[in-house]
Each structure stands twice: as C-alpha cells, then as structure tokens.
Design a protein around this ligand. Structure first.
Ligand code: TEU
Ligand code: CA
Length: 558
C-alpha cells in the first residue's frame, strides 16, 4: 500500500525568534534559518514547522497575527521567505506553517473595522455582546491565560470575546464570510508552495451557542470554560468545509493542536478517509505532572506516563496517525522535566528521545531538544518575556501566592524555558547573535551547544541522528504495532513494535537506580541485535543485566 510521505517524516519545530539571528539585531530571522539549513539537513529531518512569521504586534510572539500575507519585518521579507522555501525544497525539506485561525491580533484590519461600529461588514467577524450597566461580564468563562474572556471596548461600548490575551480577539466562525477569508489565506500559502499547516488551537473555534454561564465553584468568579469552547458539537461542519474547500485540493500535511480530546474523539478527526487532519497534538502526557492547571506542579510516576502514552498509541492504532512530541514552544524542556539535567544530563536526554521517537506516529523535535537544552532560571519575574507568564504573575499575586512560590513556578513551567536562544557554539550569546539577544541565553551554553556536539560521536545530537536513521532504515519503526509491556513497573518502560516478521524492543530506565532487565522476559527468542543505546553494553550482557541509570536500549529481532 502506498503510504503518505508525512508518516515517514521527522519534523523539526523552529521558533524563529530564538533560532538564529543573521543581522545582529538580537532577534532570530529567516536568513538565520537559511544559514542553518545544512545543519538541519545533516540532522536528517524532513519537515520544518515554522512558528508564526506573519506581521504581528507580538503580544504573544506572533500568535497575534495582524496580516496573514506579510512577513514580520523583524524576521525579514517575503523574498526571504520565498528563498527559504526554495532552498529548503532543494534539500528535500518541506515547510509547514503555523495557522492561527481561532483569533487575530486586535491590530488586524478586520478587528479595527469590526470595532468601529455595530453595523459594519466586519462586526460579525468577531464575537460582541452588550455590556451590562453593572459592569458584569456577559458570562462567567475564564480565559486560557486567566481572567475573564470578555473585554470592554470603548468605541461601541460593547464587550468582545477572547480566549487568550485581550490583544487576541476570537474570530467568529459562525460568520461564513470570515470562513472564506481563512480558506483564501490557506490557499494563498499552499499555492505559494508550502507543504501544510500546524493548526493552532484548532478545537476551540466552535463556541457553545448562546455562550451560556457555566456552573461555577463556590466563591469562584470565573470558571474553566472548556465545556463551552473545546470540541463543541458543530465544529466538524467547519472542519469538513475547510477540508472540502482547501485541504482536499493539496498534497499537504496537517497537524491540529487539540487539547483535551480523548482518543475516541481524536480518531474521528484523523481517520484517513473521513477525518479532517493527518494528525493532532494531544496533551495527555503533558498533564502527567500537573494538577489543577499548568501552574500546579505535581509529582509524576513512570507507570502513569507510560499509560498516558500507550492510551494514544493503542487508541489510534489502525484508525489514525499519532504525532509524537515531548517538547514545544509552550512546554518546559523535557530533560529538566522528565530526566535529570544535572548528573545524568546526557544519558537521560538520550533515553527520553528513545522513549518517544520510536513509538508509532510522526516525531516532532523542538529546536534545542536535540542538544538536551534545559530549563532556565531567570533571576526575577521582570526578566520573563512570555505574556502567559506575566498574566500568571498578576493573578497569582492577586491570590496571595508568595513571591518565592511564583518564581519557583516560573522556573518550572514558564513557556520561556523553551524560548531561550538556540545554543550554537562557545562564542558570546552562544553564537545566536552578535547583538543583544531579545531574551538571554541560558548560562549553560558552554556545556551544551551544537559545535561541541557535532564533534563528539557520543553526543546527544549524534544520538538523535542515530534514532532518525533507525526510523529511516526499518519499516517496523514506522508502521509497527505498539504494545506496552510491564505497564506497572515503577522504573522502566518497555514496549515493542511489531511489523511483518520484525520486532523492535525499546527499553528505557527512567530512574537513577539499576533495575534488573532480562530480555527473555519480554520476547521469546533472545536472538536480538542491539540497534541503539546510551551506554556501551557488552555483548554477553545483552540478554540479562542490570540497567545503568537512565539507560535505554533498542533491540531488533527479525
Ligand atoms: O496554544 C494553545 C493552547 O491551548 C495553550 O493553552 C497552550 O496549551 C498553553 O500555551 C500552554 O501554556 C497555542 C500556541 O501554541 C501558543 O503559543 C499560543 O499562545 C496560543 O495558541 C494562542 O495563539
Ligand atoms: Ca535578526
């Protein structure tokens, strides 16, 4: 059977602001990416996911678009973009763009027009409600970053709806003219030759009709309103229309950000014939160390993490395709979160890579992850850049959270952990810029950088290359059925992938202990060849041994 290219692809996510600066203004840019295409080609990736590069006032670093058909001047020009696309294609690298379609910037011309009067053609592109004279909001929904979803606007004395910051008014998908505008934008980019989209906040575009109040806990002013805006009935009509009007006409890749779906719902989104997207980003494993919301950190366990991953592996098996990731621009660094960034930095970074990259689905690598880049501890709250972090600080202070707890929480969970500049070499500002970087470089760049890791055959970077090679060379790594073994084991994760007469066996020790491991406990024949690992494993110990701290091994039995 002919399989689509995106099933065999490895995607590399670029956060342009922090990737590479070509003109020394301290901000990463398109020419910077161009200068690193050889690096990406060498790494072996097939697709770049480019975070937003459109015109934007940057309240949410580009996720507040003010012109979908212009390149933000910080990043370069449309000529630079065309050059990037052409050069990437020459190397066989595809590019998918971030499509922000739940909201725009409040500086987008549609919003400026919409805001002006109650009866203009753009009014209904956004969601407006009358203001209550008492100042009470039209409903009690809480926005994703905290506070009400409503913002009062002086011009028409009404309130507009925003799920994210007040500078990101939500588009009204009920308005057919608006939907056509979005489809036109999509076609415009696809006609230019881009290879697909990562669809931002895709499951939020349909709101519960009437925007009713939701049940609120005692003393709570605003309520988590997921039930009012996440994956609501009717959303499929929008997606079906988008598919018919746009996606069906192109051989492109789509991955939709889809918080809080279960595999059952997800399957219907990604089914090969009837689905709307090729894959989605689910968030189940990202919740493993969180209690009530992202700022409430909780201890996590290995069995819980394994089961969350397995739920999706099995849930979509034979029905749809998974995306695989441990990091992105919204999440803390994986080695700081799930590994040991100090004593076992190298071993645990490699182990985590092995754990997720050999599952079934398309793997995504977030810039710097291939080096084991870590979280950052900025000295004070003012040093944080991210709008979500600032909003958190404001609300936490209002709620009486202590200053030291707030800072600890930022260290652990701020999105800025993922947004420090890429660590290229030993020179000042890690070779990212010769100017003043928009956000400070992590002080560990002399120990963790591309230049060193390219030279060291045992580096994390070279280990990523090895994993990519395995996915390229062995069909079982792409198409194999997944099975989780020993789900309750507290320290190690073991899973197999089976395809035709091949079995891949992946073993990951998530702890610093040295648990026993016997291959024969998991697969019948011990005639297995070791394809990868993060320690030298003597041949005579392949079948039975103690695992080293954070050790991982990949076996092939054929
Ligand atoms: O994120 C959407 C989203 O649902 C967020 O709640 C995300 O889970 C959160 O940032 C985690 O801290 C997307 C983008 O990835 C994010 O960068 C944008 O800020 C957001 O949309 C608004 O466009
Ligand atoms: Ca620049």
């Amino acid at each position: 059977m002919d399989q689509p290219w995106w099933k065999r692809s490895i995607v590399y996510q670029i956060y342009p602001r922090s990737f590479m600066d070509s003109n020394q203004d301290g901000i990463g840019d398109l020419q910077g990416i161009i200068s690193k295409l050889d690096y990406l080609d060498e790494l072996g990736i097939d697709v770049i996911w480019l975070c937003p590069v459109y015109e934007s006032p940057n309240y949410d670093n580009g996720y507040d678009v003010s012109d979908y058909k212009q390149i933000l001047s910080d990043f370069g020009t449309m000529e630079d973009f065309d050059e990037l696309l052409a050069l990437a294609h020459q190397k066989g690298i595809k590019i998918i763009m971030d499509l922000v379609l739940n909201h725009t910037s409040d500086e987008h011309p549609w919003f400026l027009a919409s805001q002006r009067s109650k009866d203009n053609a753009y009014r209904n592109y956004y969601i407006w409600r009358q203001s209550d004279p008492s100042g009470k909001e039209p409903n009690n929904w809480r926005s994703v970053f905290g506070g009400s979803v409503w913002e009062y606007d002086d011009q028409t004395k009404e309130q507009y709806f925003h799920l994210f910051t007040t500078r990101q008014p939500d588009l009204n998908w009920e308005e057919p003219a608006l939907r056509q505008e979005i489809y036109d934008i999509m076609k415009w980019w696809l006609d230019k030759g881009i290879d697909g989209f990562r669809v931002d906040a895709a499951t939020y575009i349909k709101k519960e009709p009437g925007l009713p109040n939701l049940p609120c806990g005692h003393g709570e002013r605003y309520v988590n309103a997921m039930a009012g805006y996440s994956n609501r009935p009717g959303i499929r009509d929008f997606m079906q229309e988008m598919k018919e009007e746009v996606l069906n006409e192109y051989d492109c890749m789509t991955v939709a950000e889809a918080c809080w779906l279960n595999p059952e719902e997800a399957a219907s989104y990604v089914q090969e014939e009837e689905g709307f997207f090729n894959m989605i980003f689910q968030f189940e494993h990202m919740g493993v160390d969180r209690g009530n919301g992202k700022w409430d950190s909780q201890p996590w366990t290995v069995p819980d993490l394994k089961k969350r991953m397995a739920k999706w592996q099995l849930g979509l098996q034979g029905r749809g395709w998974n995306s695989l990731y441990l990091e992105n621009h919204d999440q803390p660094r994986s080695v700081s979160r799930f590994g040991d960034e100090h004593t076992y930095h190298q071993a645990s970074s490699k182990m985590l890579a092995t754990f997720y990259m050999l599952m079934q689905g398309t793997p995504f690598i977030y810039q710097g992850q291939e080096l084991g880049m870590t979280n950052v501890r900025l000295p004070d709250m003012e040093s944080y850049q991210d709008v979500e972090s600032h909003t958190y600080v404001r609300h936490a202070r209002e709620n009486g959270v202590s200053e030291s707890d707030i800072l600890q929480n930022l260290w652990r969970n701020s999105r800025d952990n993922a947004r420090t500049p890429m660590q290229w070499d030993h020179s000042e500002h890690s070779g990212f810029t010769k100017g003043t970087p928009w956000m400070s470089v992590n002080s560990n760049y002399e120990a963790i950088n591309v230049a060193d890791q390219l030279k060291d055959p045992n580096s994390i970077l070279n280990y990523y290359k090895r994993l990519i090679e395995i996915r390229t060379k062995y069909e079982v790594a792409i198409f194999g059925d997944f099975e989780l073994l020993d789900p309750d084991h507290e320290e190690i994760a073991v899973y197999t992938r089976s395809y035709q007469d091949q079995v891949l066996i992946v073993v990951c020790n998530f702890k610093s202990g040295t648990p026993k491991f016997e291959l024969a406990n998991y697969v019948q024949s011990t005639q297995a060849e070791q394809l990868a690992g993060n320690y030298d494993c003597p041949i005579q110990q392949i079948d039975f041994s103690l695992l080293q701290p954070y050790e991982c091994r990949v076996y092939l039995k054929s």
